[in-house]
Design a protein around this ligand. Structure first.
Ligand code: ATP
Ligand code: MG
Length: 229
């Protein structure tokens, strides 16, 4: 047995400046190693840069300077094509506001990331059906997102994030808009599915319960320090 921890994500001297009329440095000199298969929580005050950090890790936004590598591949070196494939194939993103397509059904929303990679439609359907069942929505698969409750929509978002068996799941306040009971259901599903597909989870959260349930927890302060606590 090899007990050494594998580093899946390496963040070095990361800096993010939002440019525009009022340039704003949101992240500065951030360093972090994320281990394979771990569940890592990031907490911090509103505006400290947590969503910005997740967006950079997920290749959704551009790094100003510094490095992020995932599975030894540097995100900042990927061209648009590679980046699009990386986002679809390797990253499962659960957004702060669920970001599902309201006019489409639950199962259509879950299938989309798989269809974007041109995977077989029938396979994508079966897998989506399985995932929706796993998150407790077997009898809601044909409901449009607009016909679901907030907690149900959040569970669809989790199923969608998992469809391509991502290397890493990035979850931004996945329980932020839910009551205690639904928050606990969503958290359990996220934990269980992460383990099942042997993925690595980075979860941004204000919830102490979620932070405590994680393998490691970090606090981001003013985009300047990221410290384990
Ligand atoms: N696209 C943008 N352009 C300019 N400034 C931005 C942009 N996005 C975010 N910011 C600013 O960057 C800072 C960090 O934002 P971010 O969304 O990363 O915070 P957060 O830690 O996720 O906060 P919350 O807990 O409220 O979600 C904020 O002060 C915000 O106003
Ligand atoms: Mg945020």
């Amino acid at each position: 047995m090899n007990n050494e921890k594998n580093i899946l994500i390496k963040i070095e001297n990361l800096k993010k400046v939002y440019t525009g009329a009022n340039p704003l440095t949101v992240l500065n000199n951030i360093n972090l190693n994320v281990y394979t298969d771990e569940i890592l929580a990031i907490t911090g005050e509103s505006g400290s840069g947590k969503t910005t950090l997740l967006n950079l890790i997920g290749g959704i936004d551009n790094i100003t300077s510094g490095h992020i590598s995932i599975d030894d591949k540097k995100i900042e070196n990927m061209n648009e094509n590679n980046l699009a494939t990386f986002r679809n194939k390797s990253v499962g993103y659960v957004f702060q506001f669920h970001n599902l397509l309201g006019e489409f059904s639950a199962i259509e929303n879950v299938m989309i990331p798989s269809l974007m990679l041109k995977y077989d439609k029938i396979e994508a359907y079966k897998k989506s059906e399985y995932l929706l069942e796993a998150v407790g929505l077997k009898d809601r698969i044909n409901h449009r997102i607009g016909e679901l409750s907030g907690g149900e929509a959040q569970r669809v978002a989790i199923a969608r994030a998992l469809i391509n068996n991502p290397l890493v799941i990035l979850a931004d306040e996945p329980t932020g808009n839910l009551d205690k009971k639904n928050a606990s259901v969503v958290q359990e599903i996220l934990w269980e599915m992460t383990k099942k597909i042997k993925s690595t989870l980075i979860v941004v959260t204000h919830s102490r319960v979620i932070a405590e349930a994680s393998d490691r927890k970090f606090k981001l302060e003013s985009g300047e320090t990221l410290s384990e606590y």
